[in-house]
Design a protein. Structure first.
Length: 256
């Protein structure tokens, strides 16, 4: 079975995950104020409760330091327990307000209140059926991003430009989680309805022009396009678009 075929199957599974999650974590609800000290999220990519927090981060277009804590992981799980008192995820640490917080519903409410200056939008509020759908969404991605795989630890965290609902970005986040590679997530949520659709076939035809002054505009000024995922590794100087290339790079560079 070719690597390309497997990758395409995984992309379809990731699309199903986004669909079951109602494509939350794609559009920016309100541009939040990026805090002076970075938010830190101890996270399991395949966990549906962690997904809810990441969706809120995209809705507010907030960046965060992700410390992956897959099952069987040894790199950040002890640190999370030392910080919060137990190995339960998601765990949010916000040094700007001396906040250490468990429970996805509480964290989502905190993020919208603290950084969006508003209550949680209806689309992001907890529903009774969400745990079941969230578990199905994780299953659709074959529970990738759940269990640790032996890997070398980078000296410096990586940087990933992404947004939660992106099926291609999810594949990269799953790999980073499995390898326990810490990274800064730079959320590039869609800032207007005209940006809906893949980077090469958006709903609005013609040349792409991001909203001036936004995070997408800043990215566009540097790269002359807005496409996720985009990975930068300060340990090697690499900068890569395309999920398939990034996955190959991570395996070649960090898998033991």
């Amino acid at each position: 079975m070719s690597n390309l075929f497997v990758h395409n199957v995984n992309v379809l599974g990731s699309v199903a995950t986004s669909s079951l999650a109602a494509w939350r974590g794609c559009l920016v609800v309100k541009q939040g104020k990026q805090p002076e000290k970075p938010l830190v999220l101890y996270d399991i990519e395949a966990c549906p409760y962690c997904r809810r927090v990441r969706e809120a981060l995209t809705a507010l277009n907030l960046d965060a330091e992700i410390r992956p804590c897959p099952k069987g992981g040894r790199r950040f799980r002890p640190e999370a327990e030392a910080v919060g008192g137990k190995q339960q995820f998601p765990l949010l640490v916000d040094e700007n307000s001396d906040t250490v917080m468990y429970e996805s519903e509480a964290i989502v409410a905190y993020l919208f209140r603290e950084y969006g200056n508003r209550s949680v939008p209806g689309f992001y509020r907890s529903k009774t059926y969400q745990p079941a759908l969230g578990s199905l969404a994780s299953a659709a991605s074959a529970l990738r991003g759940l269990r640790a795989t032996p890997a070398k630890a980078p000296q410096q965290p990586l940087h990933l430009w992404s947004f939660e609902g992106s099926p291609f970005s999810r594949l990269v986040r799953e790999k980073l989680c499995e390898l326990e590679i810490p990274y800064t997530i730079h959320n590039l949520g869609k800032e207007h309805w005209t940006e809906i659709g893949p980077a090469k076939q958006r709903i609005k035809p013609g040349p792409y022009t991001p909203i001036p002054g936004g995070k997408r505009d800043a990215f566009f000024q540097v790269h002359k396009r807005v496409q996720v995922p985009y990975l930068e590794d300060p340990n090697t100087g690499e900068g890569l678009f395309e999920s398939s290339r990034i996955l190959k790079y991570l395996d070649a560079t960090y898998v033991s």
